[in-house]
Write a protein that binds this ligand. Structure first.
Ligand SMILES: Nc1nc2c(ncn2[C@@H]2O[C@H](COP(=O)(O)OP(=O)(O)OP(=O)(O)O)[C@@H](O)[C@H]2O)c(=O)[nH]1
Length: 833
């Protein structure tokens, strides 16, 4: 069954309205599951978890401080608390103890220091007194929730499994093995000697192979190392099984939570609000910081958080006293009552925006949202992506239109004619206007998006000429994400339209893609009409087939007013700039007139949002220096404005803004396709600035994460999507490998859950899934907050498998975060003025 028929049957037979489900307008997305965040819940959990572990051992301030310092990873925070505690103790001991004789250092060769073994090559029995030491060590290993075993190992070691108890003991034994079985739990280096670190569960394995095992009184030889490794692996497997159960439970819980959240608005908890208070500059991890910063924005908005309210710490303290969020919101601010004997806290006013736990970091003052200055240019601006099957004549059509519009002069066209003739490609001379790259010219195909500008009577037009070849679909997507409307170019020659329109042809895929990316205004240029003698029959036949398909995918609106057809010849330049030739049977407007008549709806609310511009290209220019180009998706950008480059943690200043190819302007507005010259010292960033990065507000940068929930619609799938399916995620100018890490539920046309935890997703399903990015976090927003950064496409193999919108951002998974730290190491804290 062809894709055409599948979609058709879906619409007709299954009573499934693609348009209704997919959402022909953006409101469809808004009716879906809420964009509630799990961050606050997780952190509440984190706080409670720590509090349950430490009882009165640490103050709330200390816990909150540790949580902040560890990016709110409860287990890391717990470790940090213990580490700090131990350091304190050490210091106290050092000041109290009389100086001992210095012990000889342990020999480097561990074999030489091997403890005696018995005849069975087993470790010798522990010396007398070791038992007492064991008891003294009183080490508890906790496997699973609430299940505890007494360890025989004599060491001061922490074993923690899952979210179980993680006791801290005070054994004086210096060598041991630390096993941390928690969700990516870090190893707690509490022993004074060497210890083995094995962290199991949820795929994280920290320190294995890096740390030496000297526990259990065994000699460490390379062979023994291997044996140990094998032993650990076995343990790993066992624990993994346990952990998987745990994970399953949690996953189910998560799934249920996600499902339960559907239909309810995001209600941030007080602790969540405290976390996202704008005093988070001290986090060591940029990505998490950015993640929180943006949520700060979301939560502030949703929770009406004002500076007149209690400070975060006060809220945290109140939270610690098990007061419900609701109660707290209604409760007047109460100052913290300090515990006796504790160092008094620095004085602060409840309405202050400065951190109560950190004194070193300067406070961040959120940029007040100013009304953008009035745009003096009265002509509207439009971004047009040119799509269609390979060789349909897209570049030729645009090259000729630019020439007729005066954007290209005679001299240049003459030059291209001559040069293309020399390599036997004379018919491509107009295409060369768009295809600037040497390889593109040699091969006669577009490989990257060509950007050019021209004016119609009423509009500044930015052309984004997308490649038609299926190998360059990712590039085509980067063009389509910037577009307000699309020109679909159809080669009308016999067989040409058919090959582009059949299953797997790019005419269909491009239409589905633009539709999924929110572009609903289409101009169909039926090209190469000179080759079919301007046949009206052929024109009508193509039109009928395309209309039918566009209706099926929800592209054609009720009045068909958003789709226009124009018969043209790109090579001959007919019906491009004016009605200048055949056919007589066509009385409609020329291509330019249609563009001129399109209404571009700019969402004014986007203007007051923090700046977001996705970088499509980076280059050095003689006039503007280090330059990045792209479309302003939200907010305004002014000359002199400092901007944050995510995710590389760089700060630059805007030196110049060029609009419509050559107009130097002071301010660019959302929707503008611009070139931004950055301060000269941005040359230092030359090797790190790249397409796909985001220029964003310095105080409210874009969040970064590697995990999110999205609502997707699947297309004609060759293989069903299952839990763990590998996909390629496309978002803005990014294109990264990812996996479908959870299948939350499938939904019907009313967006009601029809099945929880489905095993497979077949074609034309609507579902909520969790996506995990494999390599490193990406810049991403909730669809309801920033539409352009909340839309994504999933491709499997060489085919578009699904389109979706981001409904919930999840915290960066720890193992992934570590990778990110490494990646970002080279560009940490790049600050340019
Ligand atoms: N006869 C005729 N040939 C055309 C017309 N438009 C384009 N062509 C020819 O079609 C061939 C392909 O044109 P391109 O403009 O490179 O096609 P394209 O769609 O941009 O190709 P890709 O971007 O690589 O997908 C060239 O040889 C053009 O001369 C037309 O209106 N009439």
């Amino acid at each position: 069954m062809s894709r055409h028929r599948n979609l058709g049957s879906l619409a007709q037979d299954d009573d499934y309205d693609y348009d209704d489900n997919y959402g022909s307008d953006d409101d469809q997305y808004n009716n879906g599951p809420p964009d509630g965040m799990s961050l606050d819940e997780e952190n509440n959990e984190g706080y409670d978890y720590i509090a349950s572990q430490v009882g009165n051992q640490f103050t709330e301030d200390e816990i909150v401080d540790a949580l902040r310092k560890t990016d709110y990873y409860p287990e890391e925070a717990l470790d940090l608390l213990f580490q700090q505690h131990e350091e304190k103790q050490k210091k106290t001991q050092q000041t109290q103890k009389p100086k001992k004789k210095k012990q000889p250092p342990p020999p480097k060769n561990k074999t030489a220091q091997a403890p005696a073994k018995n005849v069975n090559n087993q470790p010798a029995a522990p010396k007398k007194g070791a038992k007492e030491e064991e008891d003294q060590g009183n080490m508890l290993a906790s496997f699973g929730r609430g299940k505890q075993v007494q360890s025989t190992q004599a060491s001061r070691t922490l074993l923690s499994s899952g979210r179980g108890t993680a006791p801290m003991t005070e054994s004086p034994i210096t060598m041991g093995r630390g096993l941390s079985f928690g969700r990516g739990s870090p190893i707690l280096p509490v022993g004074r000697g060497t210890m083995t670190g094995v962290s199991m569960g949820r795929g994280s394995s920290v320190g294995r192979g890096m740390m030496m095992s000297v526990g259990r009184g065994q000699t460490l030889t390379p062979q023994k190392d291997q044996e140990d490794d094998q032993e650990e692996e076995q343990e790993d497997e066992q624990i993994d099984e346990t952990d998987n159960d745990d994970e399953d439970d949690e996953m189910h819980q998560d799934n249920n939570n996600s499902i339960d959240a559907i239909g309810k608005g995001p209600v941030p908890s007080v602790f969540g609000r405290a976390l996202v208070y704008p005093t988070y500059p001290t986090s060591p991890d940029h990505f998490t910081r950015a993640f929180l910063s943006s949520h700060q924005l979301t939560l502030h908005k949703d929770a009406s958080f004002t500076f007149d309210e209690p400070s975060p710490d006060d809220l945290v303290l109140t939270k610690g006293k098990s007061v419900t969020n609701k109660q707290m919101e209604n409760e007047p601010f109460k100052p913290i009552v300090k515990k006796e004997g504790k160092k008094p806290k620095k004085e602060k006013t409840p309405s202050s925006t400065t951190s109560t736990t950190t004194t070193t970091a300067p406070p961040i003052t959120p940029t007040p949202v100013k009304a953008p200055p009035q745009d003096t240019d009265t002509m509207s601006r439009i971004n047009v992506v040119i799509i269609g099957h390979v060789d349909a004549g897209k570049s030729t059509l645009m090259g000729h239109l630019l020439y007729q519009s005066g954007a290209i002069d005679d001299k240049l066209i003459h030059k291209y004619k001559k040069e293309s003739q020399q390599i036997g490609k004379s018919s491509f001379h107009y295409a060369w206007v768009m295809d600037q790259n040497e390889e593109e010219r040699q091969r006669g195909i577009t490989m990257d998006v060509g950007v050019k500008h021209f004016d119609t009577t009423n509009k500044h037009v930015t052309i984004l000429d997308a490649p038609g070849h299926r190998d360059f679909i990712p590039k085509m997507i980067t063009g389509a994400v910037q577009a307000d409307m699309a020109i679909l170019v159809i080669g009308s020659c016999t067989g040409e339209f058919e090959s582009g329109f059949k299953e797997g042809g790019q005419t269909r895929e491009h239409l589905i893609l633009v539709r999924s990316l929110g572009v609903s205004n289409i101009l169909v240029a039926i090209n190469k009409m000179d080759q079919v003698e301007w046949s009206q029959e052929r024109f009508q036949d193509i039109r009928t087939q395309l209309n039918q398909f566009m209706k099926q995918i929800g592209l054609l609106n009720e009045k068909n007013a958003n789709v226009h057809y124009v018969p043209v010849s790109g090579l001959q330049g007919i019906n491009l700039r004016s009605r200048n030739g055949p056919p007589e049977w066509y009385q409609g407007p020329c291509l330019c007139d249609v563009i001129d008549e399109f209404q571009v709806d700019r969402d004014d609310s986007e203007l007051t949002k923090p700046i977001r511009m996705s970088i499509s290209d980076v280059y050095k220019s003689m006039s503007t220096g280090m330059t990045v180009s792209g479309k302003v998706e939200a907010g305004t950008l002014s000359v002199g404005q400092p901007v944050h480059v995510a995710p590389i943690k760089a700060t630059c200043n805007v030196k110049s803004i060029t609009r419509n190819g050559n107009n130097q302007v002071q301010v660019a507005y959302n929707g503008d396709n611009i070139e931004v010259g950055l301060t000269s010292s941005a040359f230092e960033l030359e090797s790190t600035l790249m397409s796909g990065q985001i220029l964003c507000d310095i105080d409210r940068p874009i969040p970064c994460t590697n995990r999110f929930l999205g609502r997707i619609i699947t297309f004609d799938l060759d293989i069903p999507i299952t839990n763990g399916s590998s996909v390629q995620l496309h978002m803005q100018h990014m294109d990264v490998p990812a996996v479908v890490s959870k299948m939350v539920c499938t939904m019907n046309r009313q967006l009601e859950v029809i099945k929880k935890k489905p095993r497979v997703l077949v074609k034309n399903s609507c579902a909520i899934v969790e996506i995990t990015i494999i390599d490193h976090p990406i810049c991403i927003e909730l669809y309801n907050e920033f539409k352009s950064f909340g839309r994504f496409m999933l491709r499997m193999g060489n085919k578009t498998a699904a389109a979706g919108v981001v409904t919930e951002l999840k915290r960066i998974k720890k193992n992934k975060k570590k990778k990110v730290d490494k990646i970002a190491d080279g560009v940490e804290n790049v600050k340019i003025e």
